[in-house]
Design a protein around this ligand. Sequence first.
Ligand SMILES: [Zn+2]
Length: 390
Amino acid sequence: MSTPQPSRFTFTRRQSASNKTPRQINRNLVFNLVRTRQPLSRADLARVSGLQRSTVSLIVEDLIKEKWILEGSTGRPPRGRRPTFLELNHQRAVIALDIHPSQTTVAVTDLGGKIVAQNVVALAEDPNKAIQAIIASIRKLIAAHSDKSFDGIGISLPGRADPLLEKLIFAPNLKWPVSSIKSRIQRATGLHVEMDNVANACALSEVWFGDSDGLHDLVVVNVSEGIGTGIFANGQLLRGANGMAGEFGHVQMDTDGPLCGCGGRGCWETVSSNRAGLRYYQELSGIAPPQSFAALVKMAQADDVYAIKALEKMSSFLGRGLRMISSALAPSEIVIVGDITTAWYMFGPVVEAELKLNALSKEPRLRPSFEGNTARLRSAVALVMNGSLV
Ligand SMILES: [Zn+2]
């Protein structure tokens, strides 16, 4: 019988695999420049990136060979050699799944995370029927895009699941068992499936798509039916025992607060999630809240006084919780994901004012995700692509 490897070796191997080398960082930079500024030439890339022409050429050849990017049209300069423009390989695509308690969005996206097509599937109470509906929707999208080659399927989940056993470990807001969803979708489609907690996936996405460089510590706070946080520290996701790191949403803020899905009372998410926003609206106005949180945000944007007050209260509690994160982890950046970011110009300042009351740690940069409320779908692309580009 062989002796089990000492755990420190595993740890070191994992560390070196997830920490990017300068070459990988440059490769990611070049890919992201093509993604955001396509079409552009090698000379443009050298100028914008500040890298040497020869370095850019080598990276571009690699990316073309691996079918990440393509040589497209040729430019017509007034004189001199015609440059060849580079663009993303739009032939390659990913299926992205964003699971919510009552519905799932199924989308086709390109390698840059751009949504090509999407369907919203209402989830039946019966988990078997729900999974069947999701699979049918995936098949329909694949058939409608038969010109594309699919790299895989990414699933972002509002809960924590054991990646190997697929056992759902913690998902207080999900009334619906997802225990076999990964293997069932894999079997039904023949595609590789990656599944992770939505906040972890969003943290990975911020790094993968180059909005953050992966060198600085970053926390993503996903504000939805509950609150989830993904922590990217020292060049990798912080997972903790059983993958449970980052459950700040279930730290108690108010001993007399509302009952939480986790069984506790007054958890941070009970006072600052979308559900709290809807509850505040009812408490303040005395009338039933709108059907969805997105509708409440629209009401606030249309100057509904109670909607504004409800969302300000929610934002203030959100900021208070961020102080706890800031003191505990001292990240360089906190990124907010969720519908609240669609009215960030109204409520961002309320969140920021609360965060700034922190006297302990250096103030982190606070920003909404650049992708607004499609960030969750794009994060599913990052799950599939993670580890394959860099
Ligand atoms: Zn809780």
